[in-house]
Design a protein around this ligand. Structure first.
Ligand code: T3D
Length: 263
């Protein structure tokens, strides 16, 4: 995986994708959006990758769409935001949510606008103490996009989501933890160690079933109970046929730790 705007490293079945335009706090360009989509697509196809970490280079996570590029394109009539979102952002967010592997956001700095959407599209978020979150769209006269309107209310409830979207204010990592936007907060210096620790636990788990767990929660969020029950039955049927299920039960009966193989 060789990209202009991303760094990608694979270590012990964990792919770390680093947004890499640090001079602009890793603002999103068309190239970066295409490269991200490609990296997630390759991660999905590669059985050797069990877990993905998404982070940012240096002091920012991602401040959203590169406004210099967007403004220039919009002013020249070359960019209609709706087309741009449908072509590049929406497929990427859907790919992340549908990918049957866990994506952990290691939020190292500010996540604003579509950069916050990108963080919200991860399955789990660990934030450095100095990280922050901004629904910055309103500050530039735009409405939330790239999934924020769907993802944020589901994490914090509609009233809090609206307050953040209407104010565009900066939320600290600690407040994000209280609101339920992030799973945990670490000292800045411990962010990647702790993220790798969690990723490693997941990478050594029953990864096919972990994909089903993600899929079941995603499905349940916009379906009725009867449909969710049916989905659970469908997925449990598949999980029950994995070698890891046999291994998990055998390990329990033999009173030893399971050795899952992701099969
Ligand atoms: O289809 C479409 O494209 C529409 C989609 C829109 C989606 C969106 O994401 S809209 C929302 C866009 N994002 C924002 O409005 C946030 C803009 N940035 C900020 O408000 C601030 O930069 C931050 C609060 C995020 C961080 O502030 P601070 O003081 O820590 O850093 P800074 O000095 O403002 O930024 C450092 C550099 O990054 C600076 O460049 P310079 O002056 O040193 O050359 C700054 O211009 C650049 N930068 C930050 N954000 C962006 C950016 N450059 C381009 N685009 C950015 N979004």
């Amino acid at each position: 995986m060789d990209y202009d705007t991303l760094r990608c490293e694979i270590d012990q079945r964990i792919l770390t994708i680093t947004l890499n335009r640090p001079d602009k706090l890793n603002a999103l360009t068309d190239t970066m959006l295409r490269e991200l989509d490609d990296a997630f697509s390759q991660a999905e196809a590669d059985d050797a990758i069990h877990v993905i970490i998404l982070t940012g280079a240096e002091r920012g996570f991602c401040p959203g769409q590169d406004l210099v590029v967007a403004l220039a394109q919009a002013a020249s009539g070359a960019l209609r935001y709706g087309e741009h979102l449908r072509a590049l952002y929406n497929p990427l967010i859907l790919r992340m949510r549908r990918l049957p592997k866990i994506i952990i956001g290691a939020i190292n700095g500010v996540a604003a606008g579509a950069g916050m959407s990108l963080a919200l599209a991860c399955d789990l978020r660990i934030a450095a103490e100095s990280a922050s979150f901004m629904q910055a769209f309103v500050k530039v006269g735009l409405a939330p996009d790239s999934g924020s309107s769907w993802l944020l209310p589901r994490l914090v409830g509609p009233a809090r989501a609206l307050e953040l979207m209407l104010s565009g204010r900066r939320v600290s990592a600690q407040e994000a933890l209280t609101l339920g936007i992030v799973n945990e907060v670490t000292p800045d210096s411990d962010l990647m160690r702790r993220t790798m620790e969690l990723a490693s636990e997941l990478a050594n788990g029953p990864t096919i079933t972990i994909g089903y767990i993600k899929s079941a929660v995603e499905f349940a969020l916009d379906h009725a109970l009867a449909e969710a029950l049916d989905k659970e039955a469908e997925l449990q049927d598949l999980a029950g046929q994995t070698a890891d299920h046999i291994e998990g039960v055998s390990a329990f009966l033999e009173k030893r730790p399971p050795q899952f193989r992701g099969k």
